[in-house]
Design a protein around this ligand. Structure first.
Ligand code: 6PG
Length: 479
């Protein structure tokens, strides 16, 4: 009889392979399976010395090798490939078993799968896993959804293989029921896009306005990475900016085409935010900036349009860099605040009761947006779980108060000099709109009523009204 494995991993591309190794290194007996058996054999041959890796040639062998309740992790492409693997394994599983999807699935798919498999008594657990290949091997941030019962069976194992924050706590927790884990992972990726866009805009300003070289900007980013902007993405940005292309000797960033791609999780975040009615302008501008960069033909056609060509400052570069740091931090706070508002909205919409401080806590290590900054977010929501937005947390409000003159100067300078900063500008406009006493939306309502009789409310009394624009313009009660 084959060894009874504690957990099984099917889908042995790099993420799946590294996750299996991570479990094995932590003393678990891991059954491994791949559609191409040669990949299974190769994994056991190469890394079997790290722990107990049990090769399963077929789906039947895989299921037979798992101790009850069976824990089967699927690590294949999101969408149809995941449905296909579920269809293969589910008929062989029994009540109380777990099928765990560690891919970047859309949370709506996870909710559907969880609903369907629940009829068979199987726990379907959508798990967001962040940290890339290195994270999967050495400790990712893990965001499991699914039933509370499934977390009882799976949680301790995830806690042992997850990244650990500086205070030693594992970067995983039961995020909420059904698709909550994949929802939060999706928002993580949306915030990742916004963060990357803001750093890119800071780089662009330091290059085009302050006139620094990539190597000099790498040094500036390394300095910022010692302070409140300390983050994995800041560290990565400094590394790639310091890198010289071996083939040409030019700065590496100058030989990379300036057309950003995207697998789609950032786009999903914005689409879902539209459905939930949550303004995530920082994430949206990041997605659109990637899309715009990819429209080579459109950009070529627009290349000769009139406008200022960015030219470096003749003095004050250092002072400008300090202003950019302020603008970057303030814009980052806004984008993260928007991301958390989205988590709040999703949690309310789907009844997940997500711990907002818990999410910050499990993102402190292992994931792509890991940063010191997340400690502050965790503390803010621990102090007040009902915080309507991070922007009104005393600490963040004070930071933005100190930053905003520089923030406004940087956006104004960028605008005057023709340097696109959609993320910085969107964050500043969001901030100003949120705190505005009156918004021009009143005119929007009046326009809608004029051409579409869509009605409006008044500031001075209850009710819904319509003005007879085509007649004597008297106002009637509409509802
Ligand atoms: C992570 C990453 C990962 C994502 C890559 C590529 O959390 O480990 O976010 O999930 O797939 O970053 O994403 P894009 O191609 O959308 O940039």
């Amino acid at each position: 009889m084959s060894i009874s494995a504690d957990i099984g991993v099917t889908g042995l591309a790099v993420m799946g392979r590294n996750l299996a190794r991570n479990f094995a290194r932590h003393g678990y007996r891991v059954a491994v399976h791949n559609r191409t058996p040669a990949r299974t054999t190769a994994l056991v041959d190469e890394f079997g010395h790290e722990g107990t890796l049990v090769a399963a040639e077929t789906t039947k062998d895989m299921v037979a090798s798992l101790a009850r309740p069976r824990r089967l992790v699927i690590m294949v492409k999101a969408g149809e490939p995941t449905d296909a693997v579920i269809a293969e394994f589910a008929p062989l599983m029994e009540e109380g078993d777990l099928i765990i999807d560690g891919g970047n699935a859309h949370f709506a798919d996870t909710r559907r799968r969880e609903r369907e498999l629940r009829k068979q008594g199987i726990h379907f657990v959508g798990v967001g896993i962040s940290g890339g290949e290195e994270g999967a091997l050495h400790g990712p941030s893990i965001m499991p959804g699914g039933s509370a019962e499934s977390y009882t069976a799976l949680g301790p194992m995830l806690e042992s293989v997850a990244a650990k924050a500086s205070d030693g706590t594992p970067c995983t927790t039961h995020v909420g029921a059904d698709g909550a884990g994949h929802f939060v992972k999706m928002v993580h990726n949306g915030i990742e896009y916004a963060d990357m866009q803001l750093i890119a805009e800071a780089y662009h300003l330091l290059r085009e306005v302050a006139g620094y070289s990539p190597a000099q900007i790498a040094d500036i980013f390394r300095t910022w990475n010692e302070g409140r902007l300390d983050s994995y993405l800041m560290e990565v940005s400094a590394e790639v900016l310091a890198h010289t292309d071996p083939a040409t000797g030019a700065p590496f960033v100058d030989v990379v085409t300036d057309q950003a791609e995207q697998k789609g999780t950032g786009r999903w975040t914005v689409q879902t935010a539209m459905d939930l009615g949550v303004p995530v302008s920082g994430i949206a501008e990041a997605v659109f900036a990637r899309s715009l960069s990819g429209h080579a033909g459109l950009r070529a056609a627009a290349a000769d349009l009139s406008g200022p060509s960015p030219k470096p400052l003749t003095s004050g570069a250092e002072q400008f860099a300090a202003q950019v740091e302020q603008a970057l931090y303030a814009s980052k706070v806004v984008s993260y605040a928007q991301g958390w508002n989205m988590i709040q909205a999703g949690s309310a919409e789907y009844g997940w009761d997500i711990g907002l401080g818990d999410v910050a806590a499990i993102w402190r290590a292992g994931c792509i947006i890991r940063a010191v900054f997340l400690d502050r977010i965790r503390d803010a929501y621990t102090a007040d779980p009902t915080l309507p937005t991070l922007l009104v947390d005393d600490g963040f409000a004070a930071s933005i108060g100190q930053a905003q003159d520089d923030w406004r100067d940087v956006v104004a300078t960028a605008t005057r000099r023709g340097v696109p900063t959609p993320g910085f500008a969107a964050a500043l406009s969001y901030y100003d709109a949120l705190r505005a006493g009156r918004l021009p939306a009143a005119l929007t309502q009046a326009q809608r009523d004029f051409f579409g009789a869509h009605t409006y409310r008044r500031v001075d009394r209850e009710g819904v009204f319509h003005t007879l624009w085509g007649g004597d313009r008297t106002e009637v009660t509409a509802g």
